[in-house]
Design a protein around this ligand. Sequence first.
Ligand code: HEC
Length: 199
Amino acid sequence: MKTIVLAMAAILVVPFLVHAEGGSSAAPVAAVSIKAEQQQAMEAVRALAGRLQGALKKAMKEGGPVHAIAVCNTRARAISEEIGSRRGLTVGRVSLKNRNPANAPTAWEKKVLEEFEKEKREGRPVASLTYAAVVRTASGRQFRFMKAIPTRAICTMCHGTDIAPAVKKELDRLYPGDRARGFRPGDIRGAFVVTRDIR
Ligand code: HEC
């Protein structure tokens, strides 16, 4: 598995060219710089993390954690979609133990999340765990990026092992299938995911 990660790392630094179909004399039609893609993805992740943190802080100040749950519930997706559409990509959050069913990982996202867990067990800092690749899809190619999200102390108020009764009650009401509890500071809470279709 270690070699897979190294291979991923190698992909990052090799910008590659795609040649026009049907002839070796054709000039390259599109150069994809993984580095540039990765930079854009990181910017989208930073924008999303910043907006979510800001919304959470504001909501906590205004009405405490129960009110803040409602803000996460109604705003997180809208904020993700707004940032994604403005930048011509999709950005969101996934987790192996997701709260919102819409944040369940796809097959490839699950694999990366499991790889992150393994890397963490091997001693790598959660904040340093990223993945990037370009893959072929049915409609062309897709750039894929993920970045692990560490659990911080403040997160345990709604994702931890000892959630206050009023908070628990509201979570039970909104998320009957909630799996995003029992986290401790330092755990991997999930990951940001960015995808962009490349023509
Ligand atoms: C006030 C309660 C609250 C706090 C504090 C909180 N969250 Fe959440 N979190 C939620 C809710 C509610 C959702 C579901 C959002 C939705 O429906 O899209 C969620 C969803 C998530 C998700 C998406 C995956 C999933 O499980 O659905 C991630 C990742 C996440 N939170 C990380 C964090 C991190 C990291 C922190 C600390 C910086 C944090 N949360 C703090 C309430 C909270």
